[in-house]
Design a protein around this ligand. Sequence first.
Ligand SMILES: C[S@@+](CC[C@H](N)C(=O)[O-])C[C@H]1O[C@@H](n2cnc3c(N)ncnc32)[C@H](O)[C@@H]1O
Length: 235
Amino acid sequence: MWSDAAVGVMPVDLVDVYRKRASRHWLNRMLRLLSPPAPFIMNPGEPKDFPLGRWNLYIGGAGRRVDGYVNIDLFAVSGVDVATDAELLPFRGDLFQRIECDAVLEHVRDPQRVMSEMCRVLAPGGYLHIVTPFCHPFHEYPRDFRRFTIDGLELLAGPMQVVAAGWRTGPTATLLVVAIEYVKLLLPFRIWRAFAHVVCGWLLFPLRYLDLLLLRSPEARRIGNHCYIWLRKRG
Ligand SMILES: C[S@@+](CC[C@H](N)C(=O)[O-])C[C@H]1O[C@@H](n2cnc3c(N)ncnc32)[C@H](O)[C@@H]1O
């Protein structure tokens, strides 16, 4: 069960965050309209086309529908099919043909345990896709415990076969997300920070395309933003 007593810090109220994101209030609608393009692009070389099966699992998709997947999250908010902790999945073994775990492992208390759970419910021959941050600002969903390298993900993989691994978002993404956070840090009021987020986001986003070049270099790993790994459960 999720409990923060052990750490003694109040977690972010994610239910409120997701409610605001879906809100039709004019202020929230305006903020959504003004919101700049993401300061990163996805690596076009990241493989995507591993087969889906009858049952597929998406971990951590609160606030949106994920077609073709059973969507689980800690919180029973819109889009979530089963509210549960990924450390104890309420499914029988060998069920899912594909599992997506995108930007979640940094938020769980025990990634090794989540990994064994994902391995347990994955069908033999099924695919598990994990994406994790390496150089990325602190972000609480509802907590933020750690960062990962590709080597670290391979170590976590245990008995599963590594099919592919690499960088999803590159060094420019790191630079831009940190620059935006840095500017916000200089500003005392929340409304100023929201404004800076919009202005910096619009000014800086064209630079994101530099990653199309930089992601070709193996040295991108020094300050890469998010890395991915595709694993296959041996049949
Ligand atoms: C950063 S968001 C990722 C959202 C989505 N995958 C994406 O890439 O846009 C992390 C999500 O994981 C969920 N989460 C965190 N810890 C979890 C856990 N132990 N079990 C299930 N979900 C968890 C959070 O509630 C949050 O919705």
